[in-house]
Ligand binder design. Sequence first.
Ligand code: PLP
Length: 354
Amino acid sequence: MKITITKTASPKTKPNDSELGFGKYFTDHMLISDYNEDEGWHNTRIVPFENLSIHPASTVLHYGTEIFEGLKAYRRSDGKVQLFRPMENVRRLNNSAERLCLPQIPEEDSLQMLIEFVKCEQDWTPSSPGTSLYLRPFMFGNDETLGLHSIKNARYVIIASPVGSYYKEGINPVRIMIEDEDVRAVRGGTGYAKCGGNYAASTRAGERAEKKGYSQVLWLDGVERKYIEEVGAMNVMFKIGDEIVTPKLTGSILPGITRKSCIEVLKNQGYTVNERLLSLEELEKAMEDGTLEEAWGCGTAAVVSPIGELCYKDKKCIINNGKIGKVTQELYDTLTGIQWGTMPDTYGWTYEIK
Ligand SMILES: *Cc1c(COP(=O)(O)O)cnc(C)c1O
């Protein structure tokens, strides 16, 4: 596909690695592509970063027709920049689009847009340990009418933000509260799609947990409030005795690329990993009899985030003395080793930007 590039006349001063944080700074350019029924995806362009201008009746502002992705470009020690499993994001974006009746993007075009954009912005990839260039592709319905019919106009945008290390003060396990009131998603709904609406529905529980001193909530399924689903905006895994358990993808769980990678790495290292239903009752039993050895969340931002405490109603359970467990640490080391290129990528998961 043809992508035109208009370079900025006034490049920004790049922030210091130490002040990056998450999603505070943006690079010099953005990629935009427009869709309509006649032309399909067209006018794909990399332009100077600027505010978007959309009609006040644009579908997304009223009906939440928005999906997104999140992935990172990593600076290796040899100076090269690489992506981690970008085709997985391309495919997931299309699965999300299908659910929200947004137009899909041919895989090869979508990958090309991502790569051309990273090529253009790669100088923005920071190099201090744990830092990366976070990429945020997103798509929204952009019909200029309040009537909601099938979407005839859409826009796809990619922006990028240099981000700091998730673990500046070392990997500290987080405290998690099991949420039994609000639900994030239901089967048949949009739980498996990466869409803004899921986040809108999750905010209240997250805020309540924070007020009580917890960093995230553990979601239960939306139908029976019986089975474990995810932790905040991460997938979740538990080591119970010799088994590693992660909730199976029932339709209300987001199919994380980190989750998928963790499963492959763990199986490859000889662990028994099962994707299955895990009830709260079973988890409570494992907490009580001491067989819950480790628990962690997994997602692109943190890679792996150990859980040091789980709280349900007024019961509290400290996991592995509130310290990161052996399996969690190994998993973190392996995945980050592959992502930042300090370990050989025997899986073929990395994509070098040339
Ligand atoms: C993005 C996301 C994840 C993690 O997916 P990764 O591909 O591993 O980053 C998990 N849960 C939710 C709700 C998400 O939005």
